[in-house]
Write a new protein. Structure first.
Length: 238
């Protein structure tokens, strides 16, 4: 972490799920851009509790700092139920979380981020927004192909060409470990923001928002919880 915030002009749209990574990215964008809007997606996810947490986190982020309240604009939640209908995975079906032969957990929703960015870009085009921000990471992650840096770079080119406007996809967590992500939250908003993300966001694939741990709520066993817990341990030991 550098401790230096690079202020940028203009507007950004954050893909905001209500989880740790997207909440950190929202704070990152609010610290840099003049106007920030958010977009979320209801795709029939098994962990629908994240949509409730999403609303609560937005309210708390808005009130966290006066300048953030001024910068944080409209939020939209899109109905993407069709994606859930064609995705036979552990995030859209009642099935056990397990690893496939390729080493990727069956929580992978094929094409999810590709569709999310495409719909966000279409809305950003109409809203006059030139930057999309997502919490994708390929350092500590579950191996999802649509979280890789090359995927997002390719998508940025395709969307810019398809819309015939310059469009930038920012992924501030791409090269960070989960411990680094916790540290970035502290850099952006101190321990107050860390605790907001810790106890108000939701990451658990099983939708467990009742069991509280040092790192927040979750089942403690799914891949998302294990990544979050390991990151917290690394951050807390610094």
């Amino acid at each position: 972490m550098t401790g230096v915030i690079e202020k940028r002009q203009g507007a950004a749209m954050v893909l905001f799920s209500g989880g740790q990574d997207s909440a950190t990215c929202l704070a990152w964008a609010l610290s840099r851009f003049d106007r920030v809007e958010t977009i979320g997606f209801d795709y029939g996810q098994r962990h629908r509790v994240e949509l409730d947490c999403r609303r609560d986190v937005l309210e708390k982020i808005r009130a966290f700092r006066p300048e953030w309240q001024d910068r944080l604009g409209e939020d939209r939640l899109l109905d993407m139920s069709l994606l859930g209908q064609i995705s036979d995975c552990a995030l859209t079906r009642e099935k056990a979380v397990e690893f496939e032969a390729n080493g990727v957990p069956n929580t992978f929703v094929p094409g999810r981020n590709l569709l999310f960015f495409t719909f966000a870009a279409a809305l950003a085009y109409r809203r006059g927004i030139g930057t999309l921000v997502g919490g994708m990471c390929e350092t500590d992650y579950s191996g999802y192909a649509d979280c890789r840096d090359n995927t997002l770079k390719s998508l940025q080119v395709s969307l810019s060409l398809g819309l015939d406007v310059p469009l930038v996809i920012e992924a501030p967590l791409m090269r960070l470990s989960k411990a680094d992500t916790w540290a970035l939250a502290e850099e952006l908003g101190g321990r107050g923001l860390v605790d907001l993300i810790r106890f108000d966001t939701h990451t658990c694939y099983m939708g467990d928002h009742t069991h509280r741990h040092e790192w927040g709520y979750g089942c403690g066993e799914c891949p998302a919880c294990l990544l979050r817990a390991r990151g917290w341990e690394g951050y807390a030991s610094r």
